[in-house]
Design a protein around this ligand. Structure first.
Ligand SMILES: NCc1[nH]cc(CCC(=O)O)c1CC(=O)O
Length: 321
């Protein structure tokens, strides 16, 4: 008997196809079965209107998930950082594979690093998180809003319209654009988005119409415990702050060794929506057990929100005085 092929749903963008291809290869290796890439067209891909007018980057995720729930495909792959934190009925996050470099990258004209760019340099990003943290460096950068896929955004630099853009290392590497990276931005200066650099592999759960056991086992094999734990902590910060995927929130968890063995070191940065251009970023960190990822993230989020509201109160009191 020849086993049924595995159908993997993907968006058509170069990044989505590459990421889906990576998982398709793993599934072929692990099951020996054929894996078909099935194209899913999403409104976000065909409509050039601002993403926020279509309900945010979530439009990509929901369309791809639609193919899963209606049974067209068995597996889908997303960038974990684009995945909302609220669980979707019938769908299971079956694997979070070992993550790529989570850092942000600078792509600038003339190979300049952040410290080499002059005050007044114009840097493009569509991300409020990157915007706030670029401003917080205090180097006098002018940050402008841009949109489009990785190629489009890099094009602003090659055409000379912008001095630099900031993009995720992982995306650039997956697209073979390593050579264009002029600086791997240290997270001490810019914390990545929760889940950045990691993939999310989803399938149907029992209630959604389970997939075959062999596929379930292969997906469990692809899952990476360290990445799962780190991204669980980062996404807990996101969930607890009630922020969406485009929030001015950065979070990075790393597995570190302390005296009792491996521990989770979590850092986060949050900026009030109204002060993104002022770069009023609050940063905090915490360390704890790898098994406590969710709780660590939630506690750090509460502390961050506390600091922000204290900050607001102080400002109000100053204005009154
Ligand atoms: N916001 C879109 C998006 N979603 C995932 C990636 C890159 C891959 C990743 O971060 O895992 C990108 C591009 C970018 O932010 O530069």
């Amino acid at each position: 008997m020849t086993a049924r092929p595995i159908r993997l749903g993907t968006r058509r963008s170069a990044l989505a196809r590459t990421q889906s291809g990576l998982i398709a290869d793993r599934l072929r290796e692990l099951t020996g079965r054929e894996v078909e890439l099935v194209n899913v067209t999403t409104e976000g891909d065909t409509n050039r209107a601002p993403l926020t007018s279509m309900g945010g980057a979530g439009v990509f995720v929901s369309a791809v998930r639609g193919a899963l729930t209606d049974g067209t495909v068995d597996v889908v792959v997303h960038s974990l950082k684009d995945l909302p934190t609220t669980p979707e009925p019938g769908i299971r996050l079956a694997a979070v594979p070992r993550r790529a470099d989570p850092r942000d990258a600078l792509v600038s004209a003339g190979g300049k690093k952040l410290v080499e760019l002059p005050a007044g340099a114009v840097i493009g990003t569509g991300s409020p998180r990157r915007h706030a943290q670029l401003k917080a460096l205090g180097l006098g950068f002018d940050v402008v809003d841009i949109r489009g896929n990785v190629e489009t955004r890099m094009g602003y630099v090659t055409s000379g319209r912008l001095d630099a853009v900031v993009l995720a290392m992982a995306g650039l590497e997956r697209l073979g654009k390593q050579a264009d990276i002029t600086e791997k931005i240290d997270p001490i200066n810019m914390l990545p988005a929760p889940g950045q650099g990691a993939l999310a592999v989803e399938t149907r759960d029992e209630s959604g119409g389970a997939v075959d056991d062999e596929l379930v086992r292969a997906l469990a094999e692809i899952d990476d415990a360290d990445t799962r734990s780190a991204t669980t902590a980062e996404r807990a910060v996101l969930a607890e702050t009630g922020a969406g995927c485009s929030a001015p929130l950065g979070a990075l968890a790393e597995i570190v060794e302390d005296e009792d063995g491996p521990a989770l070191s979590l850092r986060a940065a949050l900026c009030p929506e109204e002060s993104i251009d002022d770069g009023d970023v609050v940063r905090l960190s915490v360390q704890g057990g790898v098994a406590d990822a969710d709780r660590l993230g939630r506690e750090l989020a509460i502390e961050l929100l506390d600091r922000l509201s204290i900050g607001e109160k102080t400002n109000d009191q100053e204005r009154e005085a």
